[in-house]
Write a protein that binds this ligand. Structure first.
Ligand code: GLN
Length: 504
């Protein structure tokens, strides 16, 4: 007998048990995604002979497209496929893309990536939305659930981000895998991760009751007229038609600019059309959601220096000693954030629950504000690395401390952002709003690329002392912007809370 929604939402204890199934599916999907992402720049430079600049641009383009497609994935999920079918379809596309890359990564590079980009769009927003459905409106435990889910995201990111590129470069299992096949295995591993994710989800969905069923299903949460079956097949067909188009757009970065300048405004126009059909109270909540979304663009724009300027900084201006151990500073830059999140997310989740019980939990606006304040402090700590340097080479310890502070910021904003999207959106717009949340991340990636490019004014040949000064000066400015954004959010919080009404 399938569970009813009330049975699921009236769970006892801290977390609904279904969260673990979704946790593992998302963990493996992120393993696949971050595994692929971690290999991109290295593979382009060392295997495809791209210049560093070109590789960076191409990297930013793929990241922007990935998150932009979550909007499309969310839209089709809400209207036609439902969250479950979207997730399977997205997962399947990611598997196909990874298999192409595994077969011949040199030949199928952009073709395989195009599948992964579209697949992620169908998968990523919809699994997050299903987490929200496990909770009743007003349930205090929701933010803690998203914090736990976020730990799963980062466990996958940490493992995939490290293992795949390490196999490709020959740092792992080199005696087992012949050199000529290392990259094939590395990309193939992403496909294996995704297969595990989907098998796991096929078990999880049996315990999800009506959650994620397609619109028009007799047991679906929102009652609407069913779409004819051909509409579903049309979505699948259109998706496949888009693959070569995305392939072209990602391989020529000037198209990214055109795309970014059109997708945002078009999305807003569509959203305003949807908003016009809502009641005034629902409308106010969506305005509040939009304010969070706009702020998050700036957050990601600063935060996502990690893939770009911070990796150049790590390579050029940091020593390789972390609390006495000898480690690769770039490895630290890539994985320390995910590591801290796995460590801190459950603790912060428990802190929110503990404060919630005492009616002292800060509301979402304040958490968002805190997110920016921590981000700002973290960037000031990056600035401070200049005071711990010798001949332009600074302390990896201080750098890692900065990443820890930034991670606190991420935890106050990113999981909370997912959670608030599910609280502020009416049931029939949940997928789209989650998609728009990630679309903001896409603009953040794009903005981060522009900021990084501006900071990279120092020529590659300049001495470490000079580049240390230029980069840390840039980080100070970004730190200041983050602090200002945090202060603005806290100051306007009464206004946003008015729009949010009973939502906390
Ligand atoms: N790191 C998180 C993830 O992979 C957040 C990404 C984002 O929203 N920019 O899900």
């Amino acid at each position: 007998m399938s569970l009813r929604l009330e049975q699921i939402q009236n769970f006892k204890g801290r977390y609904p048990f279904q969260i673990w199934g979704l946790f593992f599916s998302e963990m493996w999907e992120r393993f696949c995604f971050y595994g692929m992402r971690g290999m991109l720049v290295f593979f382009m430079i060392h295997q495809l002979d791209f210049t560093e600049q070109q590789a960076n641009l191409q990297y930013a383009a793929t990241q922007a497209f990935v998150y932009a497609f979550t909007f499309v994935g969310g839209l089709f999920a809400d209207k036609i496929l439902g969250f479950r079918k979207s997730l399977f379809w997205g997962g399947l596309l990611m598997i196909v893309g990874s298999i192409f890359l595994a077969l011949d990564p040199h030949k199928f590079f952009f073709f395989g990536l195009a599948f992964i980009i579209i697949g992620t769009g169908f998968f990523k927003p919809n699994i997050s939305t299903m987490i929200g459905d496990l909770y009743k409106e007003g349930d205090q435990r929701r933010d803690a659930g998203f914090s736990l889910f976020y730990a799963g995201i980062n466990l996958g990111a940490f493992l995939g981000g490290y293992i795949c590129v390490a196999i490709g470069k020959g740092y792992m299992f080199s005696s087992l895998i012949e050199e000529a096949y290392r990259w094939n295995v590395a990309f193939g591993l992403a496909a294996v991760g995704m297969v595990i994710s989907l098998i796991n989800f096929s078990f999880t969905q049996r315990k999800l009751g009506p959650i994620g069923l397609h619109p028009g299903h007799p047991q679906a949460i929102i009652k609407v007229k069913p779409f004819p079956k051909w509409a579903e097949y049309l979505v699948y067909g259109l998706t496949l038609l888009f693959v070569p188009l995305i392939q072209i757009m990602v391989s020529k970065t000037q198209y990214t600019d055109y795309f970014m300048w059109s997708i945002g405004p078009l999305t807003l126009v569509y959203l305003f059309y949807e908003i016009s059909k809502l009641s005034s109270s629902e409308r106010k909540k969506l305005w509040a959601a939009l304010i969070f979304i706009v702020f998050s663009i700036f957050f990601w724009g600063i935060y996502e220096q990690s893939g770009g300027s911070l990796s150049i900084f790590a390579a050029k201006n940091l020593n390789d000693s972390l609390v006495g151990m000898r480690v690769d500073p770039n490895g630290v830059n890539n994985s320390a954030g995910a590591f801290f999140i796995i460590l801190l997310a459950p603790l912060l989740g428990l802190l929110w629950l503990w404060l919630g019980k005492r009616k002292r939990e800060p509301n979402t606006v304040i958490k968002f504000g805190l997110g920016f304040i921590f981000l700002g402090l973290g960037y000031y700590a990056l600035f401070a690395t200049r005071f711990f340097s010798q001949n332009g080479i600074s302390s990896l310890n201080i750098f890692t401390l900065a990443l820890l502070v930034i991670t606190f910021g991420e935890l106050c904003l990113s999981p909370i952002g997912l959670s608030i999207m599910t609280k502020l959106s009416p049931a029939k717009l949940q997928g789209i709003m989650m998609g728009i949340w990630f679309l903001a991340a896409s603009y953040g990636q794009y903005l981060a690329g522009l900021i990084g490019e501006d900071m990279a004014k120092v020529k590659e040949t300049s001495r470490p002392v000079e580049s240390l000064l230029v980069y840390t000066e840039g980080y100070k400015t970004l730190g200041l912007y983050a602090l200002i954004a945090g202060a603005v959010l806290i100051i306007i919080s009464p206004l946003i809370r008015k729009l949010m009404q009973e939502v906390r």
